[in-house]
Every structure is written in C-alpha cells, then in structure tokens.
Design a protein around this ligand. Structure first.
Ligand code: GTP
Ligand code: MG
Length: 176
C-alpha cells in the first residue's frame, strides 16, 4: 500500500522540521529524502520523505510518502500538483502566529476541495512566547484531532504521524 501525506500550513510553520525529525526517528525505515532549500532554509519546490513501514493492522508493507507545501507565495503554482495527490493532510499550526493568519493557510485547503480528506491538526511551536491558546485552536478545528508539538525538539512529531496514519487507514477500511 502506498500512502501520500501532505504537511500543509503557513510558511515557516515547521513543516520541513517535522520531516527532518521523522527522518531521525525512523532512520532505519527511510527509503528516500529529497529537499531543496534556500540558504535561509526555506523550502524550494520539493520536500519529500519516503518511509517503508509495517502497520499493526495487518495491511502488510506500507510505503508512506510525506510531502510539504513550500510556504513562499512564489511557489503557488506547485499547489495544484501537491494538493491533487493526497490520502491525508497534517495541518501545521504555527502557535507563534495569529489564528487569522493560520486560517488563511487552511482556507487554501477549502479552495482545493480538500476538507473531506482525513486530517490531523498539529499545534506546533508550543514553546513560543505567548503561544496561541490551545483552546482557541481546538475551537477553530472542532472535530479534528489536535496534537501538541515542539517540532524543533522532536516533541509530538511521531505522535502526529501516528494519528494521521490512523485516520487514513480508518478511512480506507471497508465499512461494516
Ligand atoms: N520555537 C520553535 N521554532 C520551531 C519549531 N519548529 C520549527 N521551528 C523553526 O521554525 C523555522 C521554520 O521551520 P521550517 O520547518 O523550515 O518551516 P516550513 O514550514 O518548512 O517553512 P517553508 O518551507 O518556508 O514553508 C525554523 O527556524 C525552525 O527551526 C518549534 O516547535 N518551536
Ligand atoms: Mg519547508
């Protein structure tokens, strides 16, 4: 089975940091890692991590490809392609930015008709000074699992992946 998960969110929200930490955590399972970045570390075009895992649910071998959306406006054209091929979405909230700013990135998912795709919200940068209250985030994303994270320290990163895989596999399971 092949699963494609997209990490989406504001520029600088910590999407690439998630993939970097996952690469360390699952180092024995990495089959590919591609990332182009500017000297400031902003993602340019492509950011992908492929993992070869086995799930407990008896699905056998699972290939998981994780992608991130490059946050900068100049890569807007890529969105159609990235958004067109997803089994699940991790929406990365930057807790150091306002809810309004974060929701602007969320609105893009609506524009592309992706709100029905299995989704998990990661409340990242919980170490920021005066982070956006967790309650505000939970209220804004009612009905969606919210995972707290400090991606830069690796905290919450594996849990986020586990949660989105659970959502995706549940959605794929035959009903009844
Ligand atoms: N304080 C804090 N900083 C973080 C955290 N996670 C990531 N960062 C920092 O935020 C900056 C941006 O992180 P990236 O992972 O490159 O963000 P991105 O979403 O991939 O950005 P683009 O590719 O430009 O869209 C980097 O300096 C990270 O070290 C966190 O949990 N807390
Ligand atoms: Mg990036």
């Amino acid at each position: 089975m092949n699963l494609r998960i997209l990490y989406h969110g504001l520029g600088m929200a910590g999407k690439t940091t998630n993939l970097e930490k996952l690469r360390e955590i699952y180092s024995g399972y990495v089959s590919d890692r591609l990332h182009q970045q500017t000297t400031e570390g902003r993602t340019v075009y492509l950011d992908m991590l492929s993992l070869n895992l086995r799930t407990k649910s008896g699905n056998g071998e699972v290939w998981i490809s994780l992608f991130t959306t490059p946050g900068q406006e100049r890569f807007r054209l890529l969105r159609g392609w990235l958004f067109g091929h997803v089994d699940g979405i991790v929406f990365v909230v930057d807790s150091s930015r306002s809810l309004e700013e974060n929701l602007r990135a969320y609105e893009e998912l609506r524009e592309y008709g992706l709100l029905k795709v299995p989704m998990v919200v990661q409340a990242n940068k919980r170490d920021a000074p005066n982070p956006l209250p967790l309650e505000t985030i939970r209220e804004a994303f009612k009905g969606i699992t919210v995972v707290e994270a400090i991606a830069r320290e690796g905290y919450g990163v594996a849990e986020t992946l586990r949660e989105i895989l659970r959502e995706v596999l549940n959605a794929k399971a035959p009903v009844g």
